[in-house]
Design a binder for this molecule. Structure first.
Ligand code: GLA
Length: 393
């Protein structure tokens, strides 16, 4: 059994999914391939063409040393109830850079789950695989949302995918003619399981705090988990956000409101430091404005207004740099270089803190945009196309 799990590029809607606000990504042709051969000893033997280390992981007590293998451990915990006693030999081969931004980790998790379940004779169910992968991936310690796994499950060639989370739904958004996409490395690594983890989780907690403070001001009861999406339609929310503190600790908020501290600091793998002051106002301002840009970008794509679409990408990047603060000088530089080379717009894509940037441009400008990106950071930079998501080959 071989599963092919694609990477993804998020067109717009960055750092919104964990607040239950919409995103607009697409699956891309660069993929992770996972071959699985079932066996009956309850052991998972795993090896990769690109990543270091070979491991034999017991399904009873899944554990692994290499960072990439932790995604497999996380995936195994989510299928503990399925085909007990069965094991597999897994071979992984990745055509995706593992340096942040193109979702190599979700592709690995989704590919491993799809290949294992197929090898154990289970029906192919991308929605169920995505649900398990979302929970499994949090076991590396990042409180991520569900964008990556959902677009890997449901992406289609020629389309972006608008995803909403509350309630969960998704819809294909056909990409107009005359629009090409280039992705470009910043030259800085930002793997989710490593350096970017704490910075990312801080934004998640900041967003929860903002939601709790806004709800408190307007007398709204929040469902759990606490998300900014629940207060995004509150009257004059922008004005309320402007009055929030720059930084505040979860503990201070829990003291001043009815909110249970645990609901602010609880992460899948640990508790966030409840005394640490985290950015609140700017995080909320970015997330709420970014959600509006998703609607506008979707409308621009449907209208074929590529200049407007590009401008929204630029605005998203500025907001990520100034307010969410997850850009880096190298990401700013590569985006600026691609804009100067004629792109409609450019922004960091994925969690940021390094990793990859995205540019939208005319097909005729792809080569010059790639050249400009490589001149800015050393590359790699390449064109990507909206592709079909997860499949069994
Ligand atoms: C990472 C996470 C996603 C999403 C993005 C930022 O890729 O895995 O869930 O939060 O960052 O938009």
């Amino acid at each position: 059994m071989v599963a092919r799990a694609t990477g993804r590029v998020n067109l717009i809607g960055e750092h919104t999914d964990y607040s239950d606000l919409p995103v607009l990504p697409m699956a891309i042709e660069h993929s992770v391939f996972v071959a699985a051969l079932g066996r009956d000893d309850g052991l998972i033997e795993v090896e990769s063409a690109g990543f270091p280390g070979k491991a034999t992981i017991s399904r009873h007590e899944p554990r692994a040393d290499e960072p990439w293998q932790r995604y497999i451990v996380g995936a195994l915990a989510q299928v503990a109830d399925i085909a007990p006693g069965r094991g597999a030999k897994l071979l992984v081969s990745s055509g995706l850079p593992a340096t942040g931004g193109l979702s190599s980790s979700s592709a690995l998790t989704m590919g491993v789950l799809a290949a294992l379940l197929a090898a154990w004779g289970e029906p192919f169910d991308p929605a169920a695989i995505a649900r398990r992968a979302i929970v499994g991936e949090r076991h590396v310690g990042v409180e991520s949302g569900g964008m990556d796994q959902t677009v890997i499950a449901f992406g289609r060639a020629g389309n972006a995918l608008r995803i909403d989370f509350r309630p969960p739904s998704h819809e294909l958004v056909p990409l107009p003619d005359g629009l090409a996409f280039v992705v470009a490395s910043s030259g800085e690594e930002a793997p989710k399981g490593g350096s970017a983890r704490d910075a990312y989780n801080e934004r998640v907690v900041g967003a929860r705090i903002a939601a709790a403070m806004i709800a408190d001001q307007v007398g709204l009861d929040l469902d759990l988990p606490i998300t900014l999406g629940q207060v995004s339609t509150v009257d004059v929310v922008d004005i309320i956000v402007d009055g929030l503190p720059e930084k505040v600790s979860p503990q201070e908020v829990a003291h001043g409101t009815e909110v249970d501290l645990q609901h602010l600091v609880q992460l899948t793998m640990a508790n966030f430091d409840h005394m640490a002051k985290v950015p609140v106002k700017r995080v909320a301002r970015h997330i709420l404005s970014e959600a509006e840009r998703v609607d506008e970008a979707q409308a621009a794509l449907i209208a074929g207004d590529l200049r407007r679409f590009g401008k929204l990408l630029d605005e998203s990047h500025n907001s990520l740099r100034e307010d969410l603060r997850c850009s880096t000088p190298a990401l700013d530089r590569v985006c600026a270089a691609m804009r100067r080379a004629g792109a409609y717009g450019a922004r960091l894509t994925g969690a940021g803190f390094g990793g990859y940037a995205l540019a939208a441009c005319a097909p005729a400008d792809v080569a010059v945009v790639i050249e400009a990106a490589i001149a800015a950071t050393g590359g790699p930079a390449f064109e990507v196309h909206a592709s079909n998501g997860l499949e069994l080959l």
